[in-house]
Design a protein around this ligand. Sequence first.
Ligand code: ATP
Length: 340
Amino acid sequence: MKYTAVLVPGDGIGPEVASAALEILAAAKAPIDWVECLAGVAALEAGGKDLLPTATIEAIRKHGVALKGPCTTPVGGGFSSVNVAMRKTLDLYGAIRPVRSLNGVKTRFENVDLVVVRENTEGLYAGIENEITSGVVTSVKVATRVACLRIAEFAFRYAVHRNRKKVSVFHKANIMKLSDGMFIKCAREVHESKFQSIEYEELIIDAACMRLVQDPTRFDVLLMENLYGDVISDLCAGLVGGLGVVPGANLGEHCAIFEAVHGSAPDIAGKGVANPLAITMSAVMMLNYIAEKHSDTSLAAIATRIRTAYDRALVDGCKTRDLGGKLGTNEFAKAVIERL
Ligand code: ATP
């Protein structure tokens, strides 16, 4: 079988790491035809008016899957975040960010293996901000019962499917009694009605952060609203080696976008030093997603081969600078390809 997927290289380090990931996939003979589309500053620089061109959205709708590099949203100028807009437009309501310790990447903890599940469409990222009067602004936090129930259902289904044991909800319902209150009420409801085989706990987010940095190995699936998910994803990345090693998927009913947790890292863009592992891991998640959808065991085997190859590269000491190594983006990709 041959599949078509959309590639959005993005901005900053996006094109460099995306091209390294594509080289690895090609060397592993992943049967993917890529349709390249623009978003972010790259779309403006190509002469477009929109950060998020309709053609890009239509292509993702049509093909159902995309691999995406980070997109930059220019500060000011009335642009709203292109990443947030893409997730909302395509209703990719569930983000999954698996965070696991990697052999060869020395960190404070071994055996971290958790998954951040983030609600992607509302919360404070709904983008409803007002200047009430000069010097007074408000940002509205949105929580709807429909979205809270579906993300809870999504997290528990994921836990069952992946044989995970526990879902921990992070919240601040003691202060935001209505919005976070709705979030935990819905999670509780979904747990009690359908998923009692999964252990369930609720943690106030400040205390949860303390526990995470004290002992992340006690956690399994973490469920939270949009802003908390954004922040906690970076915190968790720090527990296993940083933003260079954490992949992600944004999933909806009809399509999926796979992308690293990191941003466009303008400080190192164009230097050939960015770690392409996070986007490569995201591409592996994409291959597994397609393989599952089409019951394609040979595609799943290709995904496993790539994962085994980068795991081995790290154990052999092949690392980019963010992990304490010396390799550049392309050298690391080459090291993975040699181990396929
Ligand atoms: P955003 O707000 O767009 O998510 P951010 O503020 O989280 O972005 P990033 O662009 O993710 O910031 O980068 C944060 C820092 O992490 C950068 O200074 C960069 O040096 C480092 N970094 C991020 N991604 C990588 C990578 N793939 N390889 C090496 N270093 C990275």
